[in-house]
Design a protein around this ligand. Structure first.
Ligand SMILES: Nc1ncnc2c1ncn2[C@@H]1O[C@H](COP(=O)(O)OP(=O)(O)OP(=O)(O)O)[C@@H](O)[C@H]1O
Length: 284
């Protein structure tokens, strides 16, 4: 199957500032791909190049088979959905009226039914009569996501979709994204929230100062940086750390057969800890 996104040796200069350096990765059809990095690492720059809003200095980008000028064509824009923090909602109108307006603009067929579908995906079907001005930040974000979905994009770009949202609102957005993904939508999302990446993404790229420093499944990345140590918690509260090797087998067998074990776990760093290890930088 053709990849949804292919990026080869991508570089971007803003005057003298190099914001991307030789970035290469691909996103498979049907994946949720997380593009992680701290502020200023180049996430938005990449997203803008992939969605035809910015032209790269060097390198090749193919999105849904489109390259160069085609990334700015109407037919390409119909295939993708782009969600940024730029709201553009009409404050005095209701959720339903806002979506109706955008459905007309996008020439969405059977708009009423589609609006009902997207509201169900974001969990706002009961709230459709509420005015935008009465909504919380999290609910507004869900309306923006619903608007992004109206024209049934097969590939969705999300720029920090849950930044500054409370945990319950984050959860609603995550549930909506999982549902969309289940229906076949490929999702590319930027975030500096490592927990979000760990919970949601099939694969993630970690970006640092314009370069990818790690790429893979979040669990595999964490395992790669694990210290290969297992921790045994005994019923008397003692904690033993043993190397994950054949030499530890006898000791593990002994405590297990004596019925002393409360829990055995492997010690793996979180994605956030891996990031700090790789770059020496903390995330927000
Ligand atoms: N229009 C611009 N002109 C000059 N420099 C820019 C411009 N846009 C971005 N940059 C620089 O390029 C680098 C990458 O910026 P970018 O916005 O892509 O990072 P980011 O990872 O999305 O950050 P954030 O999480 O804060 O949005 C930064 O050093 C930034 O200052």
């Amino acid at each position: 199957m053709q990849n949804a996104i292919e990026v080869n040796n991508l570089a971007k200069m803003y005057g003298e500032t190099q914001s991307l350096k030789h970035v290469s990765f691909e996103v498979k059809q049907g994946e949720i791909f997380g593009y992680l990095g701290p502020s200023g690492s180049g996430k938005t720059t990449t997203l803008k190049i992939l969605t035809g809003q910015l032209i790269q200095t060097k390198g090749d980008v193919t999105v849904l088979g489109a390259t160069d000028q085609k990334l700015r064509s109407a037919s390409f824009l119909k295939e993708i959905g782009v969600m940024t923090d730029n709201s553009g909602l009409y404050e005095r109108l209701t959720i339903q009226e806002n979506l109706q307006l955008f459905a007309t603009l996008y020439e969405v067929k059977q708009a009423k039914a589609r609006i009902s579908e997207v509201l169900t995906i974001v969990g706002l079907e009961q709230e459709h009569k509420k005015a935008i001005k009465s909504l919380s930040k999290g609910m507004r974000q869900r309306v923006i996501l619903a608007r992004t979905l109206l024209h049934k994009p097969t590939l969705l770009f999300l720029d920090e979709p849950t930044a500054a949202l409370d945990p319950a609102s984050k959860q609603h957005i995550h549930d909506g994204l999982r549902e969309l993904n289940k229906q076949g939508t490929t999702i590319f999302l930027t975030t500096h929230d490592m927990q979000e990446a760990q919970d949601l993404c099939d694969r993630t790229a970690i970006l640092h100062e314009g370069a990818i420093v790690e790429l893979g499944n979040p669990k595999d990345i964490c395992r790669k940086y694990a210290d290969n140590v297992i921790e045994i918690e005994l019923k008397d509260g003692t904690i033993k750390q043993l190397p994950l090797s054949a030499d530890s087998a006898q000791e593990v067998y002994q405590v297990l057969s004596e019925g002393k074990v409360e829990a055995i776990s492997s010690i793996e760093p979180s994605l956030g800890e891996v990031f700090i290890k790789l770059t020496g930088r903390k995330l927000a």
